[in-house]
Design a protein around this ligand. Structure first.
Ligand code: ADP
Ligand code: ZN
Length: 737
């Protein structure tokens, strides 16, 4: 029987890893640690890789695989994932195959045949398939150069996903002693790491631990005041985007899914109560972009490798920080911005505590502690990112991450909340500090609820003194008071008590915070709306439709054809030739050969219709390894320094003016100096007005913009204030003005 390789395969010739990254994978730069790891594997040193979900682990063994003469065997526990990866690799012209129970006899035979030719670079296997004698004999006849063990925490009994077959991988190593071994996981606990190292016989010096920060995730927490309305608002802010809504129970999933569908949203449910086929179909529909949003219990997510999940909404509180981080980690694997919102309620805390009490007594203390850490995190007023990283033992280097609700709030307007705080706190005191927030709010709003009447709280001086705020607004205020540690909430009973800082407020100490507008929408601090990047949205949609059509014909997920980012760049640079098309993110040689003939004419037609010209993306200027370690703000700062204008930079990065200004602001705050005159020239204000703003900063200080905004009678927008604040800081640094 003859066989044909199912795909065209491109030899890499004498290219460097950096070149292969572009020509095969279509990426300009390595992510942090990727170059070091790849180098280490190519030198045949065993390697342990710890990287967060979405960090780019796969590339660490896929790229070296292309340099080895022999085969790289990849052990992966999830069948759907391995199929997905093999499809993606074949799309970019890499000879990759898998062997698992889904292959029929003919497919198996042709796979084995192809392996026999020695052309195949990557073979994906589930551990149980690998351990079968016929597979091992098959591999004896191949030259195995590398053994990559994905999800390596499955080796450890201490991990959350122990798989006994993983323990036997050690014997496979011994059978192929010439093969270098790389183990990869996103699990950060030292105990699991030690277990992996010991089981596989690794040495320390070959260990690479990446930062767990996922800087493209915007993280926010809001009190859960009205689940359905908050969910609808959130979805409305993310039209046409893929996302996951996590609920704690099947009941909640069914209810919320039903409600969303009734409101016209494209959603499907997923939980363990649905039969296998329904679950498979729903998951497939999500991966193929046939449905936008998945309403799911945490049963959903393992084995989902969809790179363009744009949001994760937690409708209920996760039980611990580990689960939470893993769940939001499924968003934004493609590195584009993704929004994570958690709706927090103390009712959920009580529910989880109930479940902990029902569970095994031996586990209850640990679970309670982890729950407490989750609650502390959710109710904290500090940077979400730095607290998450601290939980995983990592220090976040910057004071303001600019990508969490608390950090953004620091930059927002602050208002005086002393009066509402005094009302709330004194009501807590009058009711003897033994009630929860809802009861306090009932009293403040003059409710005739049975509990209020029975306690005779309608006779208190604080009864009905808080009618100016709705119950929802009071919840938002109470949340701030807890965040500011004016109140402490009892974990078990839910009652609130004044702290020392709280008593100080009753004695007249001022409180400020973010406003809860009367009337309008209650939430003042949700996730900021999606940054309207400067690509042509209408054209992006058109490209997306084409992509979907091709994907359905080929029976693959759309992101396997092109990522969102590739399409967005097409709708920014409008490439007219194969050369300029290949410069775009995620586009290597194979994609050009496959799809240039389809996409270039579409782009050309659109440009003709709209009278647009090509706006070629510049090829990456420097390819030094240090460049990939540079932050975006440094990059922008340096390009601005060399004379590029804000408008040019807006085009280059496809971001709003405000975003650029914040990059520059960060650059200057890190101690860099840029010419003041450049900023003055970029300002849209007259030079007199600029001087007025600078004088206001002088008088009021640069830390908060709101007072300056007010002092100028709200006549100067925040964009300009940010820009002028840079000038102010530069002048302060330089000692002039
Ligand atoms: P992990 O296995 O660590 O969760 P993946 O290997 O699936 O993450 O990578 C996540 C996404 O990042 C994938 O879509 C991958 O193609 C992409 N990616 C990996 N490395 C790079 C890079 N250097 N530049 C751009 N994208 C990358
Ligand atoms: Zn932050």
């Amino acid at each position: 029987m003859t066989h044909h390789p199912p795909i065209p395969v491109y030899p890499i010739g004498h290219q460097s890893p950096q070149q292969v990254l572009k020509t095969v994978f279509g990426y300009d730069e390595f992510r942090p640690l990727q170059p070091e790891i790849i180098d280490n594997i190519r030198k045949r040193r065993d390697t342990l890789v710890i990287m967060p979900t979405g960090g780019g682990k796969s590339l660490c063994y896929q790229l070296p695989a292309l340099f080895f003469d022999g085969l790289t065997v990849v052990v992966s526990p999830l069948i759907s994932l391995m199929q997905d990866q093999v499809t993606q690799l074949q799309q970019i012209g890499v000879a990759a195959v898998f062997i698992n129970s889904t292959l029929d006899h003919d497919e198996y035979v042709s796979t084995v045949d192809w392996l026999g030719t020695g052309e195949v670079k990557l073979l994906y296997l589930a551990p149980e398939s690998l351990l079968r004698p016929e597979t091992l004999r098959l591999l004896d006849d191949c030259r195995v150069d590398c053994l990559a063990i994905d999800e390596a925490h499955c080796i450890s009994q201490w991990g959350h996903d122990f798989r006994p077959e993983y323990r036997q991988l050690d014997s496979v190593r011994k059978r192929f002693p010439q093969a270098v071994c790389v183990a990869l996981t996103a699990t950060a606990t030292p105990r699991v790491q030690t277990d992996i190292r010991q089981t596989l016989g690794f040495r320390n010096e070959n260990e690479f631990i990446a930062s767990f920060d996922r800087s493209n995730l915007f993280i926010a927490v809001e009190p859960k005041t009205n689940l359905l309305r908050q969910t609808l608002d959130f979805l409305a802010a993310h039209p046409d985007q893929s996302g996951i809504i996590y609920c704690a129970t099947r009941r909640q999933v069914d209810w919320l899914h039903q409600a969303l569908v009734e409101h016209g949203f494209s959603a499907l449910p997923y939980h363990a109560g649905l039969d296998d086929e329904t679950r498979r179909n729903n998951q497939q529909a999500f991966i193929r972009d046939d449905v936008r949003c998945m309403v799911a219990t945490i049963a959903f997510g393992m084995g989902i490798d969809k790179p363009d999940v744009r949001f994760v909404l937690h409708a209920d509180l996760p039980q611990n920080v580990e689960s939470y981080y893993q769940e939001i980690g499924r968003a934004g694997r493609d590195g584009l911005r993704a929004d994570c919102l958690l709706l927090f309620s103390y009712g959920d805390v009580d529910t989880i505590q109930y479940f902990i009490r029902q569970g095994a007594a031996s586990e209850s203390q640990g679970r309670r502690e982890r729950l407490k850490a989750m609650v502390d995190w959710a109710t904290s007023g500090e940077c979400r990112r730095s607290e998450l990283l601290a939980y995983f033992g990592e220090a976040f280097p910057s004071e303001n991450c600019r990508a969490c609700d608390n950090c953004l709030k620091k930059e927002e307007e602050q208002v005086d909340l002393t009066l509402p705080a005094q009302k709330f706190l004194s009501c807590v005191v009058r009711t003897d500090q033994v009630f929860g927030i809802s009861h306090i709010i009932d009293v403040l709003r003059g409710s005739r609820a049975i509990k209020v009447m029975r306690q005779r709280h309608d006779r208190l001086s604080t009864y009905g003194i808080g009618k100016e705020f709705s119950a929802e607004q009071w919840k938002l205020l109470a949340q701030q008071f807890i965040q500011q540690k004016l109140l402490a909430r009892h974990m078990k009973h839910g009652s609130v008590k004044l702290t020392r800082a709280g008593w100080a407020v009753l004695r007249g100490k001022k409180v400020s915070g973010t406003p809860v507008e009367t009337g309008g929408k209650a939430s003042g601090h949700g996730v900021p709306s999606d940054e309207t990047a400067a690509y042509d949205h209408q054209f992006f949609e058109q490209l997306r439709t084409k992509r979907k059509e091709l994907a359905d014909t080929a029976n693959v997920p759309p992101y396997v054809i092109f990522s969102d980012r590739s399409l967005q760049e097409m709708a920014t640079y409008f490439p007219h030739s194969e050369t300029t098309l290949e410069r775009l993110h995620g586009i290597g040689r194979a994609k050009v050969e496959r799809y240039a003939g389809i996409f270039l004419p579409i782009i050309a037609a659109y440009c003709r219709e709209k009278g647009l010209a090509e706006n070629p993306k510049s090829s990456p200027r420097s390819t030094s390894a240090s460049k990939s370690l540079k932050s975006r703000s440094q990059e922008v700062g340096e390009r601005f320094r060399t004379g590029e204008s804000l408008t040019q930079l807006m085009q280059a990065y496809g971001v709003k003016r405000q975003t650029l200004i914040s990059y520059l602001e960060r650059y200057v705050q890190s101690g860099e100096v840029l010419p003041v005159e450049r900023f003055r020239a970029e300002s849209r204000l007259s030079s007199e007005t600029q001087d007025q703003v600078l004088a206001a900063f002088d008088e009021l200080g640069p830390d908060f913009l709101r007072p300056v905004f007010d002092a100028l009678d709200k006549s100067v927008g925040y964009d300009e204030l940010h820009l002028l604040r840079i000038i102010y800081r530069l002048q302060a640094q330089g000692g002039e003005g």
